[in-house]
Design a protein around this ligand. Structure first.
Ligand code: FAD
Ligand code: ZN
Length: 481
């Protein structure tokens, strides 16, 4: 039970800098990026190190108080905000922000959970190493949040998502014990891979306090191009040809439909049309190499010229320098931000096998337009990984609230198609609260049962981020059916 006495004991344990209890200071911790959920809490705990995290968890465990871990609060599934009942505390990791060690010769570093992603990228770079996770929120999301959501981003194609980038973890378990699994090994076959349980667990199994991360040689050359194509099928055809023709140096392959480019140009300062004419679809391609003599520009130019002659590419621009490359990336990032200015947007973060991407986009677009003429599909993203952000902007002039009230209806249409392609209803943003019922609808009963058994084994009292990921029994199919 959350009583004044327990709150006082937590405050005494944390010291004056270690908590927030003022309503105005707490407010930012109670809302999230999509503005879909507004939670309540009596206290935001801000422990300064792992042993303080453990002490807070032990005290909450003894008192039966639930804990909602929070990193940079940039998550897109509502996983980091507390529930509305107020029977919990938020545990913010921002003060655990030390890099414990960097081991360039082992291509690894150990960072605490509250380190901001950009801070880790910069530190690795200063040692001639690359930490490849890269995403729009990198200036404020934290590595503990990245791990807990198994974040993806724009370089998964080459380097994998968070699951591939973690070598070891330190975790405070739901009863307050500390598991030190901070090994920096590439190979370790001593039974179950425990760290993988906590990666992508969205704070439901424990609190990640530090991680050993995998580094790579720093790319010294990059070549970036924006390429116009007719449709997603042409984009995927280009993708297949590009992998072979570029010595597997492809590190990003991002689809952008014209409507997304229009949104960015219309609403985001500094976004300009990169080509003289307008085309139905674009792909942002980037090649990188850790050698200075790879002549990536020539490779990319030769490849794109041959595809132009073939008719697969309609037009293309290759960035001549870093600032031109940045301008092309700004269109990709601007497209995400600009959707907010176009009224309501119903989101899907799905994946299907790479070979099915074009068919999926065609089928899902036709289905949503048939249900609501005027709806504006904006399918974009990391299609080289089979991941599409299949977002639906409201018809022009429609009522925002009325459109958003149809969120579940459109989810069902799109996710049914995803299921037919044997895809996933959450490719990289996680489940949180937003997709909990959908998970119950689409996950096989045996998988839900295994998830519940794991949750019950590690967190029998259900005190770690309750109400997230795992659907209520009533929200899911039963094992018998
Ligand atoms: P939070 O939002 O604070 O938390 C996310 C979840 O993890 C919550 O369930 C929380 O309880 C849990 N959690 C946080 N820290 C811990 C911890 N230390 N221990 C245990 N549980 C914890 N995501 C992608 O994958 N790819 C993208 O390309 C991408 N682009 C984005 C672009 C923008 C502009 C924005 C706003 C978001 C984007 N995201 C993307 C989503 C988001 O940035 C990621 O999910 C990120 O990994 C979340 O990190 P965070 O620190 O903000 O976590
Ligand atoms: Zn993404």
């Amino acid at each position: 039970m959350i009583t004044d006495d327990v709150i006082d004991r937590l405050k005494a344990l944390l010291g004056p800098k270690g908590y927030r209890d003022d309503a105005a200071e707490i407010a930012p911790h109670l809302v999230e990026q999509r503005d879909l959920y507004h939670g309540k809490t009596m206290l935001v705990a801000r422990p300064r190190d792992t042993s303080e995290v453990a002490a807070v968890v032990r005290l909450c465990h003894a008192a039966g108080i639930a804990i909602v871990p929070q990193g940079g609060n940039t998550g897109l599934s509502g996983g980091g905000v507390p529930n509305e009942d107020g029977r919990n505390i938020v545990l913010a990791l921002d003060r655990l922000n030390r890099i414990r060690r960097i081991e360039p010769e082992n291509y690894s570093l150990v960072a605490e959970a509250g380190c901001v992603l950009a801070q880790i990228q910069d530190l690795a770079r200063s040692h001639d190493r690359l930490f490849p996770l890269s995403l729009g929120a990198e200036g404020s999301c934290q590595i503990g949040g990245n791990i807990s959501t198994n974040a993806g981003g724009v370089q998964v194609l080459r380097y994998g998502n968070m699951r591939e980038l973690v070598l070891g973890l330190e975790v405070v378990l739901p009863d307050g014990q500390i598991w030190d699994g901070l090994k920096s090994l590439r190979k370790d076959n001593t039974g179950y891979d425990l760290k993988q349980l906590f990666i992508g667990a969205e704070g439901t199994l424990g609190i990640v306090t530090a991680a050993s991360l995998r580094l790579f040689p720093l790319p010294l050359e990059a070549a970036t191009a924006l390429v116009a194509v007719t449709d997603p099928a042409a984009a995927m055809n280009l993708f297949n040809r590009a992998r072979g023709a570029t010595n597997d140096q492809l590190s990003a392959f991002e689809l952008m439909p014209r409507i997304g480019l229009d949104f960015a140009i219309r609403h985001i300062d500094g976004c300009v049309d990169p080509l003289p004419d307008s085309y139905p679809n674009y792909v942002l391609i980037e090649l990188t190499s850790s050698s200075e003599h790879s002549r990536l520009d020539s490779i990319l130019e030769a490849f794109l010229s041959s595809q132009l002659e073939d008719g697969l590419v309609l037009d293309a621009v290759i960035a001549k320098n870093r600032s031109e490359a940045k301008a092309l990336w700004k269109l990709r990032e601007g497209l995400v931000l600009a959707q907010r200015q176009e009224g309501g947007s119903i989101k899907h973060d799905v994946s299907v096998p790479v070979a099915a991407i074009a068919d999926f986009i065609a089928e899902a677009s036709a289905a949503v337009i048939a249900r609501l003429p005027g709806i504006r599909p904006v399918p974009f993203g990391h299609v080289g990984d089979g991941n599409v952000h299949f977002n639906l902007s409201q018809p022009e002039g429609a009522d925002r609230g009325e459109f958003l009230s149809r969120w579940g209806e459109f989810n069902r249409i799109v996710h049914d198609i995803v299921a037919r392609y044997n895809g996933s209803i959450s490719a990289e943003h996680g489940v949180g609260r937003l997709r909990r019922e959908e998970l119950g609808h689409y996950k096989a009963p045996i998988e839900l049962d295994l998830m519940r058994k794991i949750k019950a084994a590690l967190d029998p009292d259900g005190l770690m981020n309750p109400g997230k990921i795992i659907p209520e029994i009533s929200e899911s199919k039963s094992l018998e059916t």
